[in-house]
Structures are given as C-alpha cells and as structure tokens.
Design a protein around this ligand. Sequence first.
Ligand code: KG4
Ligand code: ZN
Length: 332
Amino acid sequence: MILSIESSCDDSSIAITQIQDARLLWHCKISQEKEHSSYGGIVPEIASRMHAQDLPQLLEKAKKVFDFKDLKAIAVTTQPGLSVTLIEGLVMAKALSLELQIPLIGINHLKGHIFSLFINKDTTTFPLGVLLVSGGHTQIIEAKDSKNMRIIANTLDDSFGESFDKVAKMLGLPYPGGPIIEQLSHKYQNNDLYDFPIPLKNYKDIAFSFSGLKNAVRLIIDKGADHAKVAKSFQTTACKHLLQQTERYFKRFTTPKYFSIVGGASANIFLREELDKLCKKYNKTLLLTPLEFCSDNAAMIGRYAREKFLQGSFDEITKLQCSPKSGDGEFL
Ligand code: KG4
Ligand code: ZN
C-alpha cells in the first residue's frame, strides 16, 4: 500500500492506495472552505496553520484502520501550490518515510488531477488530451504517457475557477465561488442572457483569458443587475470560451482519440455537458473524473504515486523539495 498526502492549497487529505490493483482503500479530507470563505480567497497563513492541525488528525485516523508496517511508500504533493502549505505535507511525508524506512515519492499536483481519471482502475488511457480547470490553472495539456505531458495552451491572466471565485465575491457570495455560481445560475430560467463578449474570439493562438469577462460582469453588477441572470450569463460565456479554444485545439492539431476534463472546476455540470457535445462532434471519447474526486484530494496523488512506484521512480529524502511552480517550461 502507498500512503499519499495532499496539502497544496486549502484541502488536507490523506489516502491509502493498494499497489497491486490501484484500488483506493481509504480516503479522508478536511476542507478549509469555512476558514477562508469570508476573505473571498485563500489566506496562505491560515491555510498553513490549518494543515498543521488537520494532517496529524487524518494520520491518526488512518493509523486506526491500517498497520503502517504494510506501507511500501509515502507519496506527497510537492508542486505546484502554496509554498507554506506544501511544506506541511512534505515534512510529514519525510518524517513517515524516515520512521518506516520506506521510499518517498514526490508528486506533481496537476499530473495528480490527470490521474484522478484512473482512481480505482488498474489501467490508464494514453495518449490523452486534457482540459485542466482548477483554481490556479487553466490549460490544455497533451499527455503522451504518464511521463511526457506537454502544455498546449495556458491562461494569459486568471484561471477559470478563479474567475468564478471573483464573480462570487462581487455578488457578495462566499468562497469557493464555483459551486455557488453554478447553483445560482439554475435560478434563472429565461434565455435572454447578458451578451458578454467571448474572450480571445479573434486571437491567433490557443489561449485563455478571464479578466476582460470579469470586468464586463463587474460593470453589469454595478448597474444593479439580477444576480441569477449574471451568474448564468457569466457561466455560459466562460464555458463557451473554454469550448471555443478546445475546438481550435481539435481543428489545428492531430489530437488523440481520448479527451478529458480534470481539476476542481471540472465538476461544473454545464461545462461537462457542453464538452460532451463537442467531443461527439469531433469523434473523441470524453473521460470524466467522478464528481467526488474533481476537487483536490489525496486519492489522485496516490493513484499517480502507484504509477511511479511501478516505474521505480523514487525521490531522495534529503533532496526532495517543494515548489510553487509546476514542471519545466512547456512540460508539466
Ligand atoms: O482543483 P481545485 O480543487 O483546487 C486547485 O488546485 O486550484 O479547484 C478549485 C477551484 C475553485 O476556484 C472553485 O471555485 C472551482 O474550482 N470550482 C468550480 C466548481 N466547483 C469548484 N468552478 C466552476 N463550477 C463548479 N461547479
Ligand atoms: Zn487542484
């Protein structure tokens, strides 16, 4: 079994994954949404303190269910994320690795999100196109296999999830904004939506941008607009933008047969449905993560760690560090 730890942002999570068949044996997560909700975003200092309190609690819980002598490796998210929260998981992982005398495996959080597609499956599906939408990232990634993942498109400013958080804040709603904006959008039944311009419509490259849309939303709110209508119009435009850029990717590249959407914001049902239609049009098979594993969790970290374990890819305890940035240039 592998014990995995996730603390890159505002979720403390620990999971136990069976190496043999990739089965998720145990998973537990403590979210800090309440602690950050009134600030409209994550406060790193608070997040760090909460991890220092919550991770040991989760470890105690896991210890009651499993004999740690059966563990074969410790995995931990090392990048990208908040330095002050990543370090909490890393220190715990190093202590466990030393105490149990078992190898350490550092995990890239974004690759973890991609491996959320394969939780409880002992096979993987590559080559694979990926739309990654989280609180920190909005990217199209082409994954040749588990080691070779190239970034095809990136955001020029905010991320998709972050724009939901900011619009929620403008409407006086708590963090995280994604699920709240999605719910609010259902309250508006008409089709006469605000005509927000779709970002980067005539841009030559494949890229994302949400800051212009965010400003357009702000102007409408200042004029006293209906909140549910704002939520639905914003969500529709933001998703149309994602789809337009994804369609560009399908048109301009020879793309893999499999496409997927991962990350916290991939829980958005409207986005899932629209992407499903687009994939059908281009004859792609769409892979989706179960809703419970879209947002940050240690199960996806454990699933990717199992892959690295089988490849014999381990990290040295004295050398493994955390980093706020991901990978190396255009590669994850
Ligand atoms: O992947 P994640 O849990 O954390 C990061 O790695 O960043 O993603 C969190 C982000 C937040 O910005 C949140 O508002 C957004 O995902 N999100 C959503 C939805 N659920 C979560 N955005 C749009 N629609 C949703 N249903
Ligand atoms: Zn994430």
